[in-house]
Design a protein around this ligand. Structure first.
Ligand SMILES: [Zn+2]
Length: 212
């Protein structure tokens, strides 16, 4: 029985490298894969998946309104398919995560989804939230904070290296860069200008952080 797998991490942990290696492993055994690349809303994703260490492979772009069960079903009518892989899976909608479950359960094709767990404000992405809820199997791909601890969070920085605290979850057209940090150093960066006297509030705009 096929499964829905979720590989999650912060930035620069090697998610795309891991996806491309898995795809290569299938192909090396004579099996075929389909790599899906999501866009945001009605924008399409990229036509290829690239990794920082130079690997790349063609991807099939889709947008937030596309039905992934339909896309995979149509693909299997023309091509034999042994595995579906999803890059940037944090951008999936709730419905699309459900559809990936259908690919696994109804088409009996394993699905490997790779994505960020949280955004630059420490909030869960929709796709990741439902993958964490519904995947059969979850694996963390580890990135390292500058302090040596596991980096589970990510901050957005502007062109001056300043931490960005407000804005869209996906800054389309923006020239953002991101830094992966452990939770402690995420809090020190993200809440740096907040005084330390108050406890955690509902909107987390004021939190108490330890500075030791
Ligand atoms: Zn740290």
């Amino acid at each position: 029985m096929a499964k829905l797998y979720f590989y999650y991490s912060s930035m620069n942990a090697g998610k795309s490298t891991s996806l491309l290696q898995s795809s290569y492993n299938y192909q090396e055994r004579g099996m075929s894969t389909l790599i899906l690349t999501p866009g945001v809303d009605n924008r399409y994703g990229h036509e290829k998946v690239t990794s920082r260490i130079g690997l790349e492979a063609p991807g099939l772009p889709f947008c937030g309104t596309d039905d992934l069960l339909d896309i995979v079903s149509c693909h299997t009518e023309k091509h034999e398919l042994h595995c579906v892989m999803v890059d940037e899976a944090q951008f999936l909608t709730r419905q699309q995560v459900f559809q990936l479950g259908e690919v696994s359960d109804c088409l009996n094709i394993p699905v490997l989804a790779y994505g960020l767990r949280t955004d630059f404000q420490g909030e869960p992405f929709e796709g990741s939230k439902y993958l964490l809820a519904w995947a059969d199997d979850m694996t963390e791909i580890k990135a390292i904070c500058f302090c040596g601890r596991k980096a589970t969070m990510v901050v957005r920085v502007d062109e001056h290296g300043e931490t960005v605290r407000q804005g869209m979850q996906v800054h389309i057209g923006g020239n953002d860069s991101y830094v992966s940090l452990c939770r402690k150093h995420f809090k020190l960066r993200f809440y740096a200008s907040v005084n330390h006297s108050s406890s955690v509030s509902e909107d987390t705009s004021t939190v108490e952080i330890c500075t030791t």
